[in-house]
Design a binder for this molecule. Structure first.
Ligand code: OAD
Length: 255
């Protein structure tokens, strides 16, 4: 560890102790996670530069219905690439700390994630509120007809219905699309009832998910941000911990 890193870590010690005490005292905790919690598993964050072949495309241009209709093969392959990437990595200490805390305190924690990578579930968290869907499931692009059976979809990039040509698409929330109504409703209810919200590894730039922190704050909860960099939700925070999810979560969720 460099002197600079050591100094940074020492500076964070009081904040870690305060957050740990708030966690221990809280009756209901909501955790909102974003791409940053999976960074230490080896998944690049959403807004990080894409690598290799994909560097030439902006994720924002591909994660939309318009992008998919314009170039379904390329977008399907981009999601295949991400599925393969996720399959090769493991949950990290941040994911595991959340899952272990849930086991020790059943019912005390609601986990809402913007991530579609399934790493929280693989770490052992149950009932994860997936606000932006799931990379590993598919649905039809257009309203399915009687002939559209996902199990019978014709293989291809993307797979499609061999009768009407309807294409499968990843069951994730794209730009301009609504969040799954019930899932988001549960997250909002939990945010309005919690006494502590941890906001981990999100730039806090994409609404309505980021707005959950505002809901919690308005309803009287304390808000703690865990992020090595400034985020769009810093103004809402009672406490900002400038550290990474895998380093910080095991410390503050030890109770
Ligand atoms: P972003 O990629 O926008 O932001 C990632 C955040 O994680 C940044 O604030 C980083 O500083 C932080 N970060 C990086 N490494 C970290 C680490 N090791 N520990 C903790 N934090 C770290 O990702 P999101 O905020 O999740 O939505 O993006 C939100 C949504 O924007 C995504 O779900 C996606 C995108 O539009 C859709 O696809 C609908």
């Amino acid at each position: 560890m460099t002197n600079e890193e050591l100094a940074g870590q020492t500076e964070q010690e009081p904040s870690l102790a305060v957050a740990a005490a708030w966690v221990a005292a809280a009756k209901k905790i909501v955790v909102l996670t974003g791409a940053g919690i999976s960074a230490e598993s080896g998944i690049p964050t959403f807004r990080d530069a894409q690598t290799g072949f994909w560097a030439q495309y902006k994720p924002e241009d591909m994660a939309s219905e318009k992008g998919y209709r314009t170039n379904p093969t390329m977008v399907w392959r981009w999601y295949e690439y991400r599925r393969e990437l996720v399959a090769k990595v493991d949950p990290n200490a941040g994911h595991l700390a959340l899952a272990e805390f849930e086991k020790r305190h059943p019912g005390a924690i609601t986990l809402a994630t913007q991530n579609v990578d399934g790493l929280h579930q693989r770490a052992g968290s149950s009932d994860v509120l997936c606000l932006h869907g799931d990379l590993n499931t598919q649905k039809w692009l257009d309203t399915p007809r009687d002939c559209c059976y996902i199990e019978h979809a014709q293989a291809g990039d993307p797979p499609s219905c061999d009768v009407c040509g309807n294409m499968l698409r990843p069951a994730v929330v794209w730009f301009g699309e609504a969040l799954p109504y019930k899932v988001f409703g549960r997250a909002q209810d939990a945010a309005s009832e919690c006494d502590l919200m941890l906001v981990v590894g999100t730039a806090g730039a994409v609404y309505p998910a980021a707005g959950l922190a505002n809901v919690a704050k308005r309803c009287g909860a304390k808000v703690v941000i865990v992020n090595p960099a400034p985020s769009g939700l810093d103004d809402v925070a009672d406490l900002k911990i400038r550290g990474t999810a895998a380093a910080v979560l095991p410390r503050i969720l030890a109770s």
